[in-house]
Design a protein around this ligand. Sequence first.
Ligand SMILES: Nc1nc2c(c(=O)[nH]1)N[C@H]1C(S)=C(S)[C@@H](COP(=O)(O)O)O[C@H]1N2
Ligand SMILES: [Mo]
Length: 498
Amino acid sequence: MSRLRGAICGIAAAASGIAAAELLAAAVRPGAGPLVAVGGAVIDATPTPIKELAVRELGTHDKPVLLGVIGLVLILLAATTGIAATKWRAAIPVGTGVLGVAGAAAALSRPAGTVLDTVPAGFGATVAGLALWWLLRDRRGAADVRENGVDRRLVLRLSLLAAGAAVVEATGLAVSGQRESAAGKSREAIRLPGAADPAKPLPPGIAADFTTPATKFYRVDTALTVPRVDPSTWRLKIHGMVDRQIELSLADLLRRPLIERDITLNCVSNEVGGPYIGTARWLGVPLAALLEEAGVRSGADQIVARSVEGMTIGTPVATALDGRDTMLAVGMNGEPLPLEHGFPVRMLTPGLYGYAGACKWVTELELTTFDRFDAYWVERGWGQQGTVKTASRIDKPKPFARVEAGTVTVAGVAWAQRRGIAAVEISVDGGPWAKAELLPTASVDTWTQWRFSWKATAGPHSLAVRATDRSGAVQPETRATPFPDGATGWHTISVTVG
Ligand SMILES: Nc1nc2c(c(=O)[nH]1)N[C@H]1C(S)=C(S)[C@@H](COP(=O)(O)O)O[C@H]1N2
Ligand SMILES: [Mo]
């Protein structure tokens, strides 16, 4: 009974401490709350294979799951502290101290972290400690207020504390909700100018699902909460190995001639046959002209893009100057970038995986060298250059589908951004390769949709796909994991006919 009491008091005290810390953070430093800071620190410290596994098995649920695990660990620590404190009061400063220091250290370790960010965790730990001490105070005289084994004074204190924590928590949520809707409104208020150089109209006969709606576009990033950037104070700084440092506001950026292009973006973490790829119509400012104005010094071979939440993405300088449409994108499918996809400005580099060329919420471009600096994912063992590999995927039928005998339409996509797709072939049950029909596509920077009429006979079958890019290179059969520079291998599915 006293253990249960201790555990309940410990958890209640921790909950009020966390609510207090999150409210303080929401008020003074949005996005620097201890929970998110600990989550971010865990993400950054997680070994790459485990991160891979999480992205593969959990997809976009990886973050809720992570927060759930952190919550469970917190509950265990809080309960243990509470139980220990019923016997030994010194457990209060020890337990809450450990949690406070962990939260503060996590906040400080964030790329954009400052000493100030340790204050919410310290404050929360203090509140939790005081709450626990108050809950467990004069337990000795408690016998006379007990009725049917229930300590009424404790129940009263717990209720008061819970009510207080609920009010604090609600206030915190209201404060951050306010900020969120403010960010949403400022995005809605933005009127993007038209493109000086618009995208070519999509060719006739193009499939309806050629362009991926923003709401269906995959999302991959390490941000536990979507960064809310105020477009009126946003600045982009171009510096490092340049002759002239440049600083631009969003208005400055939007005054420049904009280009509009259909570009396919995909993630290096995508497994063979995986979902992390999409095609959108992007509006943006070509990076080449900006770099020319800044005057890139000889020897600089890497652009390190930094984002508001401290991501670093290293892009080869050559890919911004070789004539491709590397841009600072402000629009996606005719609208300002969605918050999740980097509002107000992100990088986009045709032909590179996202981790190497597509920094979201970007605020800084530093010209440097690959020798001198390893960006976030490179530091974790991923390839430096991030060139997209030729690949293809079967979307129809679905793996393990049951289809009727007769003519079955097999369909999917193939991509080799910058090189373009020359051919797609299908092999049934490991038999000879037969050419699929290629549908119209927008450019070498977009995927190519294909279809194949299969005369399906009853029984179990396997279907494999492979693409050939316009340089004549055939997609290799050898299976490779996404780590360290992109998966290879033919997408093969099993279906049953009959
Ligand atoms: N700031 C920031 N930019 C980022 C990332 C990130 O974690 N943080 N992830 C990159 C990765 S790995 C990919 S694949 C693309 C995904 O872009 P999307 O979420 O708009 O599809 O964004 C890139 N840009
Ligand atoms: Mo990625």
